[in-house]
Design a binder for this molecule. Sequence first.
Ligand SMILES: Cc1cc2nc3c(=O)[nH]c(=O)nc-3n(C[C@H](O)[C@H](O)[C@H](O)COP(=O)(O)OP(=O)(O)OC[C@H]3O[C@@H](n4cnc5c(N)ncnc54)[C@H](O)[C@@H]3O)c2cc1C
Length: 396
Amino acid sequence: MAERADFDIIIVGGGLSGGLLAWLLKQRRPGLNLRLLERDATLGGNHTWSFFESDLSAAEARAIAPLVTSSWPGYRVHFPGYERELTTGYHSIASQHFHAVVAATLGDDAILGADVMAVAADHVTLASGAVLRAPCVIDARGAQPSPFLALGFQKFLGLELRLAAPHRQRLPIIMDATVPQDNGYRFVYTLPLSADRILIEDTYYSDDASLSMDALRARITDYAQRQGWTIAEIVRTEHGVLPIILAGDMERYLALQTEGAPRIGLAAAFFHPTTGYSLPDATHVAMLLADHAEAGALTSAGVSARLLAHAKTIWRERGYFRLLNRMMFRAGHPRERYTILQRFYRLDTALVQRFYAARLTWSDRLRLVIGKPPVPLRSALGCLSEARMLKRHNNA
Ligand SMILES: Cc1cc2nc3c(=O)[nH]c(=O)nc-3n(C[C@H](O)[C@H](O)[C@H](O)COP(=O)(O)OP(=O)(O)OC[C@H]3O[C@@H](n4cnc5c(N)ncnc54)[C@H](O)[C@@H]3O)c2cc1C
């Protein structure tokens, strides 16, 4: 006989995807006996999650509005040969605020300092040896290494600075690629958080995942000085190594999800293949599962089936992004990667929006590759086969 369940649903990992799902479920089905298990002392880790207004539907934007900490009416990009201001709204969520809002809604349903050793379809085992049971267990423990994905990386160090005087920067500059290029495509990302506070991230689209914190810290300090800014205090530091998918074996990667507990977030490869950003996907999946929960009882098998259908659809739809990534990472010289982005940002605003929202039309896809190729044709042709790239990657 099956053992009695302790809860209706257990979500393992209180980062972006798990925290968001628990928070939405609690609002939509307050009677649900839910537990969110997070290993750390806070939910959400140490991040600034940003997204474009056009990434989300109106309903998704309304749902996560209480989490948003900063908003701007547009953003800028700077390249050696070109500068542009775009009027698409841009928003950020600070993980400290995320923790405060989500923890307040969940109360005792969020268990912090809960290190989960094993996750199965109907129970989880904590490091203490305790076993908690539920008919629905969701694994949201973040990025998992897999031989079925060939990756490049978007890696960065960010310093949130308080300056001695106002910086006078009105909008985020999401790419300032006028800086010297090395270690792949390099750009500086700046978010003006208040009159005298700014987040500066030194970022690289790189073939390897290593980060030299000291070198990047020095580069950020140097960048601030060049803007004429005097640093009064480093308020906070964050760093990230985000996956950029070059190639993958969808069938085998997704097979992982059918074993036991369904996965969400980076663990399920629910992120934009070219930017590594997962906030729009996390919001979409949380809404999808909140709808699913309203329709009937939650089980691991039912959620797995729902998510598998979603995962297969987006994997198919995003094959084009993986192809672009292969061109960017494998066909051209790393130092020339910025020319691809510089060319991209000359395209019209609606296309740029659809690119970041991973909703390109067929004519967008054509427009992105026609004209003067930004990489040598021969090398580009060598990148066409996803299966061959994955094999080469695994043999290397
Ligand atoms: C610094 C940084 C900035 C980023 N900025 C953006 C951005 O601007 N926009 C965007 O869309 N994306 C951004 N990303 C990418 C991506 O959206 C984030 O990494 C996002 O947090 C991934 O969500 P997740 O829920 O999959 O994983 P995570 O947020 O990493 O959550 C996983 C959680 O599981 C917990 N956990 C792991 N193992 C266990 C265990 N055994 N037991 C219990 N708990 C466990 C972890 O402590 C963590 O809290 C950023 C990433 C980083 C690192």
